[in-house]
Design a protein around this ligand. Structure first.
Ligand SMILES: Nc1ncnc2c1ncn2[C@@H]1O[C@H](COP(=O)(O)OP(=O)(O)O)[C@@H](O)[C@H]1O
Ligand SMILES: [Mg+2]
Length: 409
C-alpha cells in the first residue's frame, strides 16, 4: 500500500502548523499541533486505503478481461441486440479484422434469416426471466457470408448500470457434419435394404424371359430374331445392378456437371416394378434444352429416390405421380414431384425434415431430412406444398451451371 496520502496530508499539516506558530511566535509543539497531525495522518491513511483497493479492483478487472479475451470460445455482450463487447475468439469466428469491426453491429446481421425469429424470441425470454437460458443452436453467418453452426448459452447481466446479455458459444459445424454423415449413411443403408426387395423383382422378370428363350434355343430350333431380346434383357439386368451399385458406393462428395434429366430417368427405372405393384404410374415431363447442374450424382439420386418413395407410399391405393423438370427463372432449374396421395396437414409441413418424424409404421423419418441436407449442400431449396386427401408437391430448385460457375450460388 502506498503511503502518499498520509505523507502529503501530514506534511501539509506540519507546514501549516509551523507557519502559524512562526507567525504567532508560540511554542511549536502545542496540543493542537498534535491533534492536527493525528487527524491529518488518519485522513491520509483512509485515503491511501481506498486508493489501494481501487487499484486492486482495477487490476483484477483487467486480469478478468484478459482472461475472457483469451478464452478459446467466443464470448460477447449484447446491448439492445448490438455488440458491446466481443473477445478474440468471437472476432476470429466472424472473420472480422478486429473488435472495432464488430462493436455496434446488430446480432441479426450474423444469423441466417430462418433463425431471426428464434433469436429475438430468446432475447425477450432472457430479458423477462433474467436468468441463464439453455443452450441453443443457430446457423450463423460470417462477415463474408459463409455460414456455420453455432451453439450458444446466454444470460442476463447488468454492466455499467445497463442491462445486457452475455453469451458464450462454440462453433459446432464439424460435430454437426459428422452426425449428418452418420445419419446419411444409416438412412442410405436402410434405403438400400428396402430397395433390395424391389430390385430382386426387377431382375427376376428379365431372368424369367431369358430362361424361356434359352429353353427354346435348347430345343434345337434356331430363332435368331429372339437373340436381340435376350441381349436387351441382359442389358437391362446389367443397368439395374449398376444403378444399385452406384447408390451403394460410398459417397465422396465430388461435384461434377450433370444433366438432371438423366439422373431422374435413372432413378425412375429403379421404381418400375415397385410402381406397378403399387398401382402407381409415373409420368415425366422435361423442358427441352435444360441447363446442366453441378452436383454430386449419387446424392441427388438419393434425393429423387426418397421423394419418389414417399410419393408412392402416400398413395396406398395407387394413382399418378408427375415428375416435371423445368428451367425456372434464369440460372435455376426446378424438379417437381407431384403425387395424388393422402397429403400432409398444414401444421405438419414445418415438422418435415426433422429427423425421425414419421407417420409410417416402418418409416425411419430420415428420408426428408437427408433430402434437405443434400439439397442444401447443393445451394438449392426444397418447397413442399400439400392438400390433405388431394396430394403433395415437392419442388426442388437447384442453381444451374452458369450460376454456380459465377459463384453466385
Ligand atoms: N409425398 C408425401 N405425401 C404425404 N406425406 C408425406 C410425403 N412425403 C413425406 N410425407 C410425410 O413426411 C414424413 C417423413 O418422411 P420421411 O422423412 O421420408 O420419412 P419416412 O418416409 O421414413 O416416414 C412421412 O412419414 C410422411 O408422414
Ligand atoms: Mg421416406
Amino acid at each position: 500500500m502506498r503511503k502518499s496520502g498520509q505523507i502529503t496530508l501530514v506534511s501539509i499539516s506540519l507546514v501549516f502548523t509551523a507557519f502559524q506558530k512562526m507567525y504567532d511566535q508560540h511554542n511549536f509543539f502545542t496540543i493542537d499541533f498534535f491533534i492536527f497531525t493525528i487527524i491529518a495522518w488518519i485522513v491520509g491513511y483512509q485515503y491511501d486505503k481506498v486508493h489501494h483497493f481501487e487499484k486492486k479492483v482495477r487490476a483484477s478487472e483487467r486480469s478478468y478481461k484478459k482472461l475472457i479475451d483469451s478464452l478459446p470460445d467466443p464470448v460477447y455482450i449484447l446491448k439492445d441486440y448490438k455488440f458491446l463487447y466481443v473477445n478474440h475468439a468471437a472476432v476470429s469466428l466472424t472473420g472480422a479484422k478486429n473488435k472495432e469491426e464488430l462493436i455496434g453491429r446488430h446480432i441479426l446481421d450474423f444469423l441466417v434469416p430462418e433463425y431471426h425469429d428464434r433469436a429475438l424470441e430468446r432475447f425477450k425470454q432472457i430479458n423477462k426471466e433474467k436468468r441463464p437460458v439453455n443452450t441453443i443452436e443457430y446457423k450463423a453467418k460470417r462477415l463474408d457470408g459463409s455460414t456455420f453452426f453455432f451453439e450458444v448459452s446466454s444470460m442476463y447481466i447488468v454492466i455499467g448500470g445497463q442491462e445486457a446479455v452475455l453469451s458464450i458459444g462454440k462453433d459446432i459445424s464439424e460435430r454437426k457434419e459428422q452426425t449428418e454423415q452418420l445419419l446419411q449413411k444409416s438412412e442410405k443403408l436402410a434405403l438400400l435394404g428396402q430397395m433390395a426387395a424391389g430390385i430382386a423383382h426387377e431382375i427376376r422378370n428379365p431372368l424369367t424371359s431369358i430362361r424361356g428363350f434359352i429353353q427354346l434355343f435348347k430345343s434345337g430350333q434356331n430363332y435368331p430374331e429372339y437373340y436381340d431380346i435376350v441381349l436387351s434383357e441382359l442389358d437391362r439386368i446389367n443397368s439395374i445392378v449398376s444403378e444399385f451399385l452406384v447408390l451403394a458406393k460410398p459417397t465422396a462428395a465430388v461435384f461434377i456437371e450433370k444433366d438432371v434429366k438423366n439422373l431422374v430417368n435413372d432413378v425412375i427405372t429403379l421404381f418400375n416394378t415397385q410402381s406397378i405393384l403399387n398401382n402407381v404410374q409415373i409420368f415425366v415431363e422435361f423442358d427441352s434444352d435444360l441447363p446442366m447442374v453441378m452436383c454430386e450424382e449419387n446424392q441427388l439420386k438419393q434425393v429423387f429416390l426418397n421423394l419418389l418413395k414417399n410419393a408412392i407410399e402416400a398413395m396406398p391405393k395407387g394413382g399418378n405421380i408427375d415428375v416435371k423438370v423445368k428451367q425456372k427463372e434464369e440460372g435455376k432449374i426446378s424438379i417437381q414431384i407431384i403425387d395424388q396421395g393422402m397429403g400432409i396437414p398444414e401444421n405438419r409441413i414445418s415438422t418435415l425434415g426433422e429427423p425421425f418424424y414419421t407417420t409410417k409404421e416402418k418409416g425411419t423419418g430420415l428420408g426428408l431430412m437427408t433430402c434437405y441436407k443434400i439439397i442444401d449442400s447443393h445451394n438449392g431449396e426444397i418447397k413442399i406444398t400439400s392438400v390433405v386427401e388431394e396430394g403433395t408437391t415437392v419442388e426442388i430448385t437447384l442453381p444451374t451451371i452458369t450460376q454456380s460457375l459465377l459463384g453466385v450460388s
